[in-house]
Design a protein around this ligand. Structure first.
Ligand code: NAP
Ligand code: G4F
Length: 318
């Protein structure tokens, strides 16, 4: 039986990846942190097949111990401070966890067993002020936030360990991916959850920041399959994972409000508090390499994703 250790198991992607690996008969371990983390109970209840192990990307020895205990064939590093807006308020914390955390894990693998295959959750945020459209594996990075900069460091260190120590280390450069399990702080879920509350008379309006920003939004359930496929290849490599289509926050609002028979213009207020010190205006990825080499393609369209999220939030809030 193959064994995987996932950091970030309490997050959106950790949950989908654990389900996917379980369906492939993997033994799944999940790294959890904190002495009273409320998310841990939910994981225990909803995913009883996951074995939880304590550890923290800030603590080198806890990562070494986690690898020694679980002896995984594959490690998926999904743990991070992942909310871009927060990264301006906590740049050092983000550097420590989202950036240096990658190196702590790579070092732990080098020490315990260099044959462990490693997946790093790289991000389209690294493209930032984009140098070309669409973005590919060859597009230069120009990160626009402490988060994007920390991810770029983690990305290059993953490449560096691959080249220096012949480790099987891959970067998945994933564009935005969403689902009903998305954190409420991210714009898509903030929109769909507030729509459900408006529809049920719990709130009256929705305050957002920049409505013109464009993102390449896909479905998280599709994207975790690409993570696994990367580690099954003969050689380690880096891959862009995206839908190839881009939409503005405004378009997301139009479609999501429209799905419940409302006009977004009657509810959405623009609030300067939600603007960022530097914005990533446009992201759209070219995942031809993943299609060609991994046979990966997304299965859920933008329209299906928006409806799925609105319907799930209506059910949750009812
Ligand atoms: P998420 O829902 O925000 O989950 C982040 C996870 O990181 C949580 O499980 C959190 O655990 C864990 N974490 C935070 N600090 C940690 C620490 N010090 N040690 C260990 N774990 C820690 O993120 P996601 O959307 O699933 O994304 C997964 C990964 O992909 C992240 O690295 C993210 O940056 C990256 N990514 C995401 C997207 C996207 O669109 N979703 C796109 C590109 C890249 P706690 O419960 O303990 O807080
Ligand atoms: O949903 P967001 O917060 O996601 P963002 O910044 O694109 O980051 C996500 O995707 C990255 C991949 O590209 C991941 F690496 C990262 O971990 C995370 O998962 O914001 C999307 C856009 C931004 O342009 C933001 O300015 O929506 C705009 N926006 C407008 N109003 C808002 C809001 N974002 C949030 N969170 N809240 C608002 O009220």
């Amino acid at each position: 039986m193959r064994t995987a250790l996932i950091t970030g198991i309490t997050g959106q992607d950790g949950q989908y990846l654990a389900e996917h690996l379980n369906s492939l008969n993997y033994k799944v371990y999940g790294l959890v942190r904190g002495q009273n983390n409320p998310k841990i109970e939910k994981i225990k209840q909803n995913f009883p097949f996951i074995d939880l192990i304590e550890g923290d990307l800030l603590d080198q020895s806890s990562l070494v111990a986690a690898l020694e205990v679980t002896q995984p064939h594959e490690v998926y590093n999904l743990g991070a401070i992942s909310f871009v807006a927060l990264s301006w308020n906590q740049p050092v914390n983000v550097g420590e966890i989202t950036g240096l955390g990658v190196v702590r894990l790579l070092e732990a693998i080098k020490l315990v067993n260099k044959k462990i295959k490693f997946y790093q959750a790289s991000s389209s945020e690294m493209f930032g002020k984009v140098r070309e459209v669409p973005q590919t594996e060859e597009t230069p990075f120009h990160p626009r936030s402490p988060y994007g900069s920390a991810k770029a460091y983690g990305h290059y260190m993953t490449v560096n360990y691959r080249e220096s120590y012949e480790m099987f280390a891959c970067n998945g450069i994933l564009f935005n991916h969403e689902s009903p399990r998305r954190g409420l702080e991210f714009v898509t879920r903030k929109i769909t959850n507030t729509i459900a509350k408006i529809k049920l008379g719990k709130v009256n309006d929705l305050s957002l920041g920049n409505l013109e920003a464009k993102r390449d939004w896909g479905y998280a359930g599709d994207y975790v399959k690409a993570m696994h496929l990367m580690l099954q290849e003969d050689k380690p490599d880096d891959y862009v994972i995206a839908t190839g289509k881009t939409h503005s926050v405004k378009e997301f609002c139009e479609l999501a409000f429209g799905h419940v028979g409302l006009d977004y213009k009657d509810y959405v207020k623009v609030d300067p508090r939600f603007f960022r010190p530097a914005e990533v205006d446009l992201l759209v990825g070219d995942s031809s390499k993943a299609k060609k080499k991994l046979g990966w393609t997304p299965s859920v369209t933008f329209e299906e994703l928006v409806k799925m999220m609105v319907d799930a939030d209506l059910a949750l809030e009812a």
